[in-house]
Structures are given as C-alpha cells and as structure tokens.
Design a protein around this ligand. Structure first.
Ligand SMILES: [Zn+2]
Length: 549
C-alpha cells in the first residue's frame, strides 16, 4: 500500500521538515486545513534501506515556515494532518511528564488530578524482607516500573537520573506546568517536575537499609495477573541488596542534592547523607554483590554482570555534588576498570564506549554527564567528550544509510528499540550542547523524534494520545483493565523488536524488516510494553528541543 509517513504531531517553524514516501513520487504538495495548496516541491528518491526494507523517497519542506495545520500529498496519496508552529510539542511534553503521576504507587492518585484514570490506593502493606526473620518494612510510594507493578531500585534511579540530568542541562524542564498536586518547600512551591521526582526519591530513601545498602527491588513473588493495582493484594517482598542498587542510589541522591538544594536545603541534605551512607557501604564492600531472582520468582531481575559502571557513576556524581577530590580519584580509577572489562559476546563489534551508556544496565554515561557538569576540562572529562563526539559522528553516518534519516541500524531494533533511539538522541543532544554544535546533530535529533512520532514504516506514533495514529494498546495492566478505551496519553512504547520475544509477536513473519517488527497489541510485552525509563529519556531530549527551537 502506498503511504506517506510524517511526524504526526508536527514540526517547529525553524526545524528541518520532511515526509517519507514508500513509493517513487515526482512532486508533492502541502495542503492546509482548508484544502488550499500552499507549497509544491520535488520528491527525491532514496532507494531501499536495510531497516525498513522499503523503497522510499523523501519530500523535504524545511523552507516552508508558516504556522498551521497541513498534510502532505503525492500521486493521490495523503499523509495524516500535522502542525507547524512554535509550540507543537507542549501537549506532548505535559503528557509524557503526567504519565509518572499515573504510575504512582500507594495512595497518591486523586480524582481531582487523575480524573477517570483514578484508582484506589495500592501496595500499601509492609513488605517482608526475603530470607530474614525481621519485621516487615514500609516501602510504600514511588512509581510502578512498567506494565507490571514492581518497583526496582536501579530502574527507578535511572529514570530519575534522565529527568534530573535533563533539568541540569536544560533548565527549561522546570518551567513545564502540568496538572499534578503542588508541593510546598521553604522557598515557595517546587516546580512540577521536581514535585513528581520527589515521589520516587522518597520511595528510594525507604529502600535503603540502616547500613547504607539498598534493596534491589520490592515486588510480589510472582507478577500479578491483569488486574487493577489495588486488586494486586499478594504479599510484597523486599529482595536482597545489590551493589548495583546501592551505587545507583548513591549516584542519584548526589545528583538530586544538586537540584533540590536550591529549593529545600533540609531535604537536599537528607539526600546527601543517604548518598554518603551508600557510598561508605560500597567502599566497605568492594566486591560486586550481584542480583539473581530466588527460585520460583518471576518478577523483573534487572541483572548486571558487574557493578563497575554503577560505582563509577556514584563516584562521579558525588564528586560533582561535593567537589571532594577523593571521589574524583575513585572515578578515574573506576573509569580505567570499566574500559578494561571484557565485552566479548556483545552482539555488535562496534559496541560503544561503556563511559557513554545511559541505560539501567550500563550507567557509565550518567557518571560522564556529572563529569561534564563539573566543567573541569581535565583528562577524564576530555576523554569522555571525545568519546561522545565519536559516537555522535557514528550516529550521523548511520542516519545517512536510510531514507528516514534516523540514526538506527538493524542491531538497534532489540527489545525497547525506542529507548535505543532515545539514548542515541541523548548522546547527540549532549554533543550538540557541550562538545560541538553541528547542524547535522540538530537534523538527526529532529529526524529521530519524527521517527518516534510517526515518520516510520508502521505509520504509527509511539507515544499514546499524540498523533492521529498513535498506538492504543500498551502492555500495561491498569490501562488494559480499567474499561476506558484510551490509554493515558504520553506513554512511550518499547517499539519494534526483531527478536519477537513473546508468543503474540511471533505472529509477525520471520524475516520481516526490523522497523516493521511491531504489533500494537496488549499481549506484546516484547514490542509494546511501557516503562518509566522509556518515558524519561524522551524528557531529556524534549529539554534539548525546547532550548534549541
Ligand atoms: Zn501500587
């Protein structure tokens, strides 16, 4: 079927603008919402690429800058409608933020703010400490992690980090106003995003033991069936501590200290005290304390084979927050350990430098963001910036190998491919801001968002409620069973995954092009789940966008 793919939300007046056609047109027209032709251009043929498997052409209308609502048309085929304007992503930004509110666990949702998505309090009972004969512990609050109702320390820390580094790099995220309960602080009222992040920080504070170590997760022993959260009443368990969780919490509390100290000194000091306790535990326990699920439990593992990137992040974040050189010495030593880790078995032979990883399993890049924030310009910071520049230039080359201009290759279409994309866009945003301002970085970040928001061979926007053909059926318990047709707006789907790792996904024929390995079905946990750390990197990228346009 002939189709024209566009960013279904729209384009900034001054941003690059293009549509992708899966046929070889000659001319294209832009029509406004009254049906008037406002622009005519020539289509350029790209050819077939290995991520979409389609013979595509590109319609570029970057020089058209008049605000309004439009569609692209060629050879009798029309795209969906989209906007051109100066504030096209305002709703998207508010929606992506608001999802963290809907994901709150405990008694936090109110009818006033959650509306029809309100539900009864959930997971309020104390959690038993697995394998220990001690009193159950109150760890209520925080955010549900994903399609399930688990709460995981490393995943939570990384989602908070994406947002708070976003705040540090792009102050404008603090100006986003959306509809959640206000939180007062000694200086007045917290910016909305800091009020939301405080919910998760307060939960993570409860996950720390008196000796400074951090429980890896709190979940029921088995995933709940598809029920509303308040109907998931099985016993909650705190699973054993891990050095990854302890290091991630030390790092994220140190980072949070640097943000919250301007609003609530007492709260910031509490976070710093907790960060220092966690770091002391790490120093007293230099061997990795890894995590495995006990026999019979099937909730998320978030397993890592080593904890060096986590310890590096903790040292770098504490150095940036305190200025104490001893943490810098630790960061330098750990960066060398990290470079020395044998990465045999990685699918890619061009596996990027571990010092620029932004995911829960590879957090070295988060430490690098702290080092960049110090502005020391020492050898380690220079090295990190060089590595970011190298990766950004690799991504530029990738973007030129497909007609969509998206910086992805077939290896990126794994479980959570949209996060692979968003991590790439974070690299490009940091490169643009702190290393070298190149027009191609700007162009590729925009093309990446275009892909996420509809300019892809599925013709789907991977953010709920945003775009005429936004996905509708996330693998997410509450939205699947609440009886409301529309899911919460602002959820980012995991996206196409050539691994097809769930039974429903395997209805897609083997050998399908990577970009088309997607099915908007609630059963598809390997293609269509959502998580807090797939929404959070999008906020980082939106911070960059708000600064640049
Ligand atoms: Zn809950």
């Amino acid at each position: 079927m002939k189709q024209i793919y566009v960013n279904q939300i729209g384009y900034f007046t001054d941003s690059p603008k293009k549509a992708v056609l899966n046929f070889e047109g000659r001319e294209f027209n832009l029509f406004d919402d009254s049906g008037n032709c406002v622009y005519t251009g020539k289509v350029s043929h790209f050819g077939t690429d290995d991520i979409s498997g389609e013979d595509v052409s590109v319609a570029d209308f970057s020089d058209f800058k008049r605000p309004g609502i439009y569609r692209v048309s060629s050879e009798g085929v029309d795209s969906v409608s989209f906007s051109i304007g100066t504030d096209v992503f305002e709703k998207l930004t508010r929606d992506v933020f608001k999802c963290f509110y809907y994901l709150r666990c405990g008694d936090a949702l109110s009818k006033e703010f959650a509306g029809e998505y309100w539900h009864e309090p959930c997971h309020m009972s104390k959690a038993a400490v697995l394998g220990e004969d001690t009193s159950p512990v109150d760890v209520s609050g925080g955010w549900h992690d994903a399609g399930d109702y688990g709460r995981y320390s490393t995943a939570g820390a990384v989602a908070v980090a994406h947002i708070l580094y976003g705040v540090r790099f792009f102050d404008n995220l603090k100006d986003v106003k959306y509809d959640i309960p206000k939180v007062t602080c000694p200086g007045g009222v917290l910016p909305d995003i800091l009020a939301e992040v405080k919910v998760e920080l307060d939960f993570l504070l409860k996950m720390q033991r008196e000796d400074g170590s951090v429980w890896h997760k709190v979940t029921t022993f088995q995933h709940a069936p598809f029920v509303m959260p308040e109907d998931d009443r099985n016993e909650l368990f705190l699973y054993p501590v891990s050095s990854m969780a302890t290091a991630d919490i030390a790092a994220v509390f140190a980072l949070a200290y640097t943000v919250y100290k301007d609003y609530d000194r007492k709260y910031a000091d509490k976070l710093m005290e907790a960060a220092l306790m966690a770091y002391k535990w790490l120093k007293d326990n230099p061997e990795p304390v890894l995590f495995r699920n006990p026999e019979g439990s099937n909730t998320g593992v978030y397993g890592e084979s080593e904890d060096v990137s986590n310890r590096f992040w903790a040292a770098a974040a504490l150095y940036e927050a305190t200025g104490d050189r001893k943490y810098h010495e630790d960061a330098v030593a750990l960066s060398k350990d990290l470079e020395g880790i044998d990465r045999k078995g990685c699918e890619r032979d061009d596996e990027p430098d571990p010092l620029i990883g932004f995911g829960w399993g590879d957090v070295g890049g988060l430490g690098s963001l702290s080092l960049i924030l110090t502005g020391d310009d020492d050898d380690l910071e220079k090295y990190v910036k060089g590595s970011i520049a190298k990766e950004a230039d690799r991504l530029v080359a990738e973007s030129e190998r497909n007609g969509f201009g998206v910086c992805m290759n077939p290896h990126d279409f794994i479980w959570g491919s949209n996060m692979e994309l968003l991590k790439h866009l974070m690299i490009l945003a940091v490169a643009d801001l702190k290393v070298a301002e190149k027009p191609e970085y700007r162009r590729i970040i925009v093309a990446g968002l275009d892909y996420l928001l509809g300019c892809n061979s599925m013709d789907v926007s991977y953010v709920t409620g945003n775009g005429e053909k936004a996905f509708m059926n996330p693998h997410l318990r509450p939205t699947a069973v609440d009886g409301i047709e529309d899911p919460w707006p602002g959820l980012v789907s995991g996206g196409p995954n050539k691994g097809l790792q769930d039974p429903r996904a395997r209805e897609i024929p083997m050998g399908t092009a990577p970009m088309k390995c997607y099915f908007d079905h609630v059963d598809c946990y390997s293609l269509n789940e959502i998580t807090i750390y797939w929404n959070s990197p999008l906020l980082f990228v939106l911070g960059w966008l708000r600064k640049k346009f």
